[in-house]
Design a protein around this ligand. Structure first.
Ligand code: FAD
Length: 385
């Protein structure tokens, strides 16, 4: 290809650019990003950066000089509004357009909302600006109500609590993160939060958000600040209106090629075929955005490669720091090794006696060994805890 356009300014985009130049791609390369920032890391936005502990510059994998040195045309603060697939043209919201031989869509995901009255009183967390606004609203003794006990909701709950807020989490399901963890580990995480003074209510139905708090089907929770953390949806409207195949994200094959051979997708927006799992999977995690970004860079150049990496993610909430690898179901059997009461242990998920996933909690440098055990019989679980 002589001209490549990358749409979206997240990690998938940044790593696609990096891998293209690493592979000695010497053609034109443009990055079109809607936010007024260079691509950046989002995990700190609910953790260290939200707490005010991290340096802002550390969020950016590359600075402006790096893009200049790598001859990348930056269109920051600009969105692609239309794709004309047959002409291979991307139309931008400033009225200009860019032709391409290959185009990567890495538009990420956007916070989901709730259809209840007054929801505009709640804030969401996706961007640096959201994180800075949230931090500015933290105050000693202030009351935060978090709607949704997912990753972001629980991380913000922990950070806000450590900043001196009174924190209540309202969850619709009967456990926090139960759909990922299953009951035993979800209850462990709930205890970590309770021990640190976060109140989690489960089985809650939200009826309204007001200026003063949250109204549920059987209670009212007063709040100075309400965070809505009920998940994200793929930002795939552009792909859909262009006529690309979209089903829970942009459908791409194991090379990350979409239903149009000149258009690829990577990161949170991509529902990609995973060759290890033998199925399509959309993953909303940091490691996946980096790896798919790099892979798309290679495959757009015609290099034969495929996505064969099991999902991996991490979280930090109070003294619960973990890495998870694999893909479990909530009804898989869970085996714990180590000191769960002391908080340092390894959890294994099993289905029909075969390892589906593993998680190291406050035990380090074992994640590769856990990854290697996935797909093996339970009898071969290594002693790591
Ligand atoms: P994004 O980071 O969403 O970037 C997409 C970008 O494209 C956005 O800037 C968007 O504005 C832009 N865009 C959208 N449409 C257009 C358009 N039409 N034209 C131009 N630009 C457009 N993962 C973990 O594994 N561990 C964690 O601890 C963790 N913590 C997280 C904490 C927070 C607060 C958040 C929000 C996410 C966290 N994640 C974590 C998830 C991880 O950050 C995401 O998986 C990752 O950011 C996805 O990268 P991406 O490049 O696919 O998309």
């Amino acid at each position: 290809p002589r001209s490549i356009v990358i749409v979206g300014g997240g990690l998938a985009a940044a790593h696609a650019v990096e891998s293209l130049r690493d592979m000695d791609y010497a053609g034109r390369l443009a990055l079109v990003a809607r936010e007024q920032h260079l691509p950046y890391e989002r995990p700190p936005l609910s953790k260290g950066y939200l707490a005010g502990n991290d340096d802002r510059d550390a969020l950016f994998p590359h600075d402006a000089g790096w893009y200049r040195d790598n001859d990348v045309t930056l269109r920051i603060g600009t969105a692609v509004t239309d794709l004309q697939l047959s002409e291979r043209v991307a139309v931008l919201d400033d009225g200009t357009s860019l032709g391409y031989d290959r185009l990567l869509i890495a538009t990420g995901a956007s916070p989901r909302t709730l259809q209840v009255p007054g929801i505009s009183h709640a804030v969401t967390l996706r961007t640096i600006d959201d994180s800075e606004r949230l931090r500015a609203a933290f105050q000693q003794g202030g009351r935060l109500v978090v709607i949704g006990a997912g990753w972001i909701g629980l991380e913000v709950a922990a950070t806000a609590r450590q900043a001196g807020m009174e924190v209540t989490v309202l969850e619709a399901a009967d456990r926090p993160l139960g759909a990922v963890f299953g009951p035993v580990l979800a209850d462990h995480l709930a205890r970590v939060h309770a021990k640190n003074g976060v109140t989690i209510h489960t089985g809650v139905r939200i009826e309204a958000v007001t200026e003063h708090g949250v109204v549920t089907s059987d209670d009212t929770f007063e709040a100075d600040l309400v965070l809505l953390g009920v998940g994200a949806t793929p930002t795939s409207g552009l792909a859909e209106s262009a006529g690309l195949a979209v089903d829970n994200g942009i459908l791409v094959d194991e090379r990350l090629m979409s239903s149009d051979p000149y258009v690829y997708a990577a990161g949170d927006v991509a529902n990609a075929r995973n060759t290890v799992l033998g199925q399509h999977l959309r993953v909303e995690h940091w490691d996946n955005a980096i790896r798919q970004g790099k892979l798309a860079g290679r495959t757009m150049l015609g290099i034969d490669d495929s996505y064969d990496w099991l999902p991996y993610f991490f979280t930090d909430q109070f003294d619960f720091s973990m890495e998870y690898v694999g893909r479990s179901s909530p009804d898989d059997e869970v085996v714990l090794r180590g000191d769960i009461d002391g908080g340092a242990f390894v959890a294994w998920w099993l289905r029909d006696g075969v390892v589906t996933a593993g998680m190291n909690v406050n035990v380090w440098d074992v994640n590769d060994a856990i990854r290697a055990a996935i797909g093996k019989p339970a009898t071969e679980i290594p002693d790591l805890g």
